[in-house]
Write a protein that binds this ligand. Structure first.
Ligand SMILES: *Cc1c(COP(=O)(O)O)cnc(C)c1O
Length: 363
């Protein structure tokens, strides 16, 4: 049996008519940037997250960068981020001019370990970016307690966690502001690049909206040296159709995850540990094994697609060569990068689920 790592087909087949209509509506509207679709999506997504404001932008990296810029975080400042995350979290910080300060994750939940944050806080620390990695919210109460004590901003990197909850509240509504990505492979994905900032802070929402549109608050009036990072009408129209299905699709992913968790029984394979605080949306089902190369090759030979999230920790990436970090500085992130493998996880998996379980158990 062939099991791809991810497939959009079952999702798109269900909403094909809606997607085609959405695209044609935009085509015939003669209005492609910042129009009715974006406005409606922003309202609907803010509402979905339980937050007051949503501002669309070009992608998830820009969303995080725009938040930092709007909070005037930049040169000379430090921002705490987890050592195990997608590189965009770090790039947003370095684009702003600030320096990322890595804190190791909890190896069981994969999210930042709040107990290790305080020792990394110094006079220049301005914010903590909590990444809801693999679809699970970080431990936000513990992070908020530290942030309050040191007067820091809490920014959520919610690019992998649309709809995930922490103590009954949705991501996007758990800090000062959140950056979302709608890259096609995310739980809520566009048909291209797209992103958004979600916040309850009206001042931040307005500033991000201007910053993402050439720093303009009113046509041809530029109050900031802004960027061009806008959500377009096509992507917004697609996202509106998909948003109606997000809870159902996340629920399906959770069913797959529960089957994996209950039925994968192989002492060589370490399963992810959902925390006690809320709902995981399983953007990625991350397992670990000491013999990753062999495990990966074996599964691929069984016809099962896999991916590594992520093979090189950020502090060891060529992009950050010459920085003060070196191999050995973040052993937990390094260990995850050497042992992690992600199993297939997508809406519409059927007999494929049992097949993956059996093959993993036979390894
Ligand atoms: C995908 C992702 C981003 C960046 O989103 P893009 O839309 O690709 O720019 C940021 N952070 C995390 C954790 C991500 O997974």
């Amino acid at each position: 049996m062939q099991v791809p790592f991810v497939s959009f087909e079952p999702m798109h087949n269900e909403i094909n008519t809606g997607l085609e209509k959405a695209l044609l509506d935009v085509l015939h509207s003669n209005w492609y940037i910042r129009g009715k679709q974006v406005e409606a999506f922003e309202r609907e997504f803010a509402n979905y997250c339980g937050a007051n404001y949503c501002v669309g932008c070009g992608n998830g990296l820009d969303a995080l960068f725009l938040i930092l810029k709007a909070y005037d975080i930049g040169c000379g400042d430090e921002v705490i981020i987890p050592s195990n995350t997608f590189i965009a979290t770090a790039l947003a910080v370095t684009y702003s001019g600030a320096t990322p300060v890595f804190v190791e994750p909890n190896i069981e939940t994969y999210t930042i370990n709040p107990a290790l944050i305080e020792e990394k806080i110094g006079p220049r620390t301005k914010a903590i970016i909590a990444v809801h990695l693999y679809g699970q919210a970080a431990d936000m109460d513990a992070i908020a307690a530290i942030a309050n004590k040191y007067n820091l901003r809490v920014i959520e990197d919610a690019a992998q966690a649309h709809g995930a909850e922490y103590k009954g509240k949705k991501t996007g509504n758990l800090g000062d502001a959140a950056g979302f990505s709608f890259y096609p492979g995310k739980n809520l994905g566009a048909l291209g690049d797209a992103g958004a900032v979600v916040t309850n802070d009206v001042g931040l929402a307005e500033k991000v909206r201007a910053l993402a549109n050439y720093g303009s608050d009113y046509k041809y009036h530029h109050i900031y040296q802004g960027n061009n990072s806008r959500l377009d009408e096509m992507q917004a129209a697609i996202l509106r159709v998909k948003l109606c299905k997000l809870d159902e699709w996340n629920g399906y992913r959770n069913e797959i995850a529960q089957k994996y968790l209950n039925k994968i029984k192989n002492e060589k394979v370490i399963l992810p540990v959902p925390n006690m605080y809320g709902t995981h949306v399983w953007h990625i089902f991350a397992v670990r094994t000491e013999n990753r190369e062999k495990f990966e090759k074996y599964l691929n030979e069984c016809g099962i697609g896999t991916t590594i999230h992520y093979p090189i920790p950020i502090h060891m990436q060529g992009a950050y060569k010459g920085e003060k970090w070196k191999k050995g500085d973040f052993p937990i992130a390094e260990k995850i990068s050497m042992t992690e493998l992600s199993l297939p996880m997508y809406y519409g998996m059927k007999e494929e689920i049992q097949y993956v379980i059996e093959m993993v158990n036979r390894f």
